[in-house]
Design a protein around this ligand. Sequence first.
Ligand code: C2E
Ligand code: CA
Ligand code: CA
Length: 588
Amino acid sequence: MGTTLQISIDDIPDGVLICDRTGTIQAFNGALEQIFGYAREDLIGRKIEILVPDRFAGHAKLRETYALNPVSRPMGSVQRIFGRRKDGSEIPLDISLSKLNANGDIICFARDVSEHVRLAEEIRKSAYFDPVTGALNRRAFNEDLAEAMSGIDARANGVCIGLFDLDHFKDVNDTLGHSVGDKLLVAFCDRLREVMHEKMRLYRIGGDEFALILPTCADPQNAFAFVETAIWNVRKPVFIGAHEITIGCSAGVVHAPENGITPDELMSNADLALYEAKIIRGRVSRFTPDLREAVEERFALMPELKAALEKDQFELHFQPQIDIRSGRTVGAEALLRWNHPKRGLLAPDCFIDLITGSEMSVSIGRWVLFQACAQAQKWRALAGRPLKIAVNLFPRQTYSKSLVNDVTWALADTGLDAGSLELELTENTILDSSDNFIEVLGYLRGLGVTIGLDDFGTGYASLNSLTRYPVDTIKVDRSFVSGSAGKPENQAVLRTMVMLAREFGLVSVAEGVETAEEAQIIQQIGFNLGQGYNWSRPISGPEFEKLLKSGGRKPPAAATGQAEASDDREIQAVGMPDIHGRSRQVSV
Ligand code: C2E
Ligand code: CA
Ligand code: CA
């Protein structure tokens, strides 16, 4: 004998609704009221379609078909359907349908599955996000890039990609541990987000590689400028636990459609631009069509370059530095040249980046220091007075342990007075300098060596460096000097820099002084020293000695017809017309 169980539909936690064969609502329970937000009196006697979104226009027809041949459908067996709530919003539901009686009434159970849908969406999303940084991941990047590029050649605006690679990230991971490494990645993303515009999207596409999609970007120059600013923003020190860390990164920039019409082509070119930027860290490079060839060509030089020091193929050239007031040569900057067996004398722009990015820069830098000191000591004997030699440091020298040794050894071995040596640093040189580099500089200055800040005014941190590093000289970049005649705005910058130098008690040097007019400008503005083609191009050691021996009366190269120095482009410049139109000799 069976037991009769009395239950009310209100005891059922799912929504329950009964309608007749014409689809008219007869009854429903409290759970259903909750789901749809209707009160009982709103619904009784209404057609079931009131609960169906308008977009399912065929519902009434479907219902009629079902009523002719009702079959029970358990929960979940129907595809997810959507209900319409009283406020018009849609709600995802699982429903189950059964014939209730011989009259053809239908009972429907409905379960609100919005939480389930939300979770599923979250899981789906998590497939597109990097859990460490919250940035989108590589999968999202591939899909979004493909979408951004579809039909790109037909559109007026292009798409720009900035590809970022963190410098020395592996070192941070290895020395400070992965948890600090992770926090650094988060800090990197936060710093980028600070400057990102609304439409830009950030992706982590590798361990320490990130990409930024800049959609609807018509001018790649804007993207380039943005990425440059972004990496400087990233550089502001971050504090992770007890560590103060500066995040350096390099970036490559590409623009579609001109740098590629497929994602693969575009990314291969972006890789190349990044690769170029990484040769000297902390840079941004833009892809140009000749970049591939240039990079390949330069890298072809690498094996020869590695052997160049051993084969004695380097030489130094020297560019006189002139005391503006007296017109005397008071020193020189040592500039590296590579005497390539087949290509002849090469200027640094062909090879200096390759050295800078490689371990060999420490030994080549050491060689430069030694040669430069030896020369200056020789000149002292020739001229009977000290001449100062300025030497450019490579970034790696600033974090190699051997810098103090190398300098003291070069001075001791050549007998040069420490006061006759100046070390030139650029913003880039000191980007990655070791923590104790400031002490190293302090120690070297204690010996009498002076420190010059090169290319001053070009970096984003020039002023900051002035207060942070102990320096004696600022060398104003030639971009402000060359062509300054007739440019009052450049002259205003030059004037400000001289004032700044005075304020800090520093020697001011103007480099890239190409014409007599520019020489006059920098004299009027009050620079201490000048350097540039106006007085002389960089010349070989023997040329410089000749200059000293002749008391500065060196005949123009063209007049002597000599070809003893291989770089006659440089030699010819000695003896350019001076302010008064006479052939000017370098005065020593
Ligand atoms: P820098 O230190 O800014 O050197 C000055 C550069 O400006 C030299 O180019 C010089 O020839 C050029 N220059 C001099 N006067 C004028 C002028 O009136 N007008 C113009 N337009 N240019 C002028 P260079 O010798 O080709 O050297 C290029 C760069 O290579 C240097 O720039 C420096 O950053 C790097 N470099 C050269 N030698 C060394 C070295 O021994 N060690 C390191 N670390 N870097 C070096
Ligand atoms: Ca320099
Ligand atoms: Ca310079």
